[in-house]
Write a protein of this length. Sequence first.
Length: 284
Amino acid sequence: MESVLQETKFLMKKYGITANKSLGQNFLIDDEIVAQIVNSAQVSKEDLVIEIGPGLGTLTARLLEKAGKVVAIELDDRMLKILTDRFRIYDNFELLHNDVLKVDLKQLISANKEQYSHVKIVANLPYYITTPIIMKLLEDKLKVESITVMVQKEVADRITAVPGEKYSGAITYSVYYYAEPKEVCFVSKDNFIPSPEVDSAVIHLNIREESILNLKDEVLFFKVIKASFMQRRKTLLNGLLNGGIVSNKEEGKQILETLELPENVRGESLTIQQFAEITNMLSK
Ligand code: SAM
């Protein structure tokens, strides 16, 4: 097989493709990293793989060799001809021309569930919408086993941080609620054409089968998290107050007192269980 770099250059030249920055197009050109993504996703012939943003089809080609079926969702119409030409010999390839945020993934999964017992999501994500995509995949409570994606290094650090420890942010708690995250590998910006401004990392999210929290109100839990991190460097108390979670300072103070937390505590030093306790105290 050609190297990913040769393949990328060849396809870009043949089809006259220049990367579209506004679509977050940074094509992966390192064979080793492509292999690491596919291996860490542990794809097998029993799996339906949903790939977001196949681009020139670099990951897609390797996924098709291992998966039962690959459904690729691509927004850029210039890629459609490339992908169709490249993968026409595969009967386990399906291409959706759409914005991933608009695709009914639940329906897509349920249409394939008779044939494929496991669903895995794999992608080199477009960076301008990394967080909305990850949150949509999790919040939709899709019946998927894992999500293996390339994201900016900074986002990877937040997602894989231990809640309550260094680098924790709203996304740390939100992702941790749904999944067990881990960083697979660091990826320097030199491994892409064109080279992005920042380095990246591959992360693997193992979706939890059962909730780790005993929540009275899940919607409120996410509101509490959002409010607590709305203004970074502000105290948790101010976040809860400004976010309308508590109606006055006294109510907020009482909650902190019950949890034996200091009045000036910040959101990022709480454990996920402490956020669950706050939620349960507030839910009537
Ligand atoms: N998978 C290729 C690779 O690894 O070289 C391309 C990855 S590139 C970082 C992101 C891809 O996502 C591009 O092909 C881009 O056109 C596509 N994309 C951007 N926004 C999208 C969206 N909202 N829905 C689906 N695909 C999108």
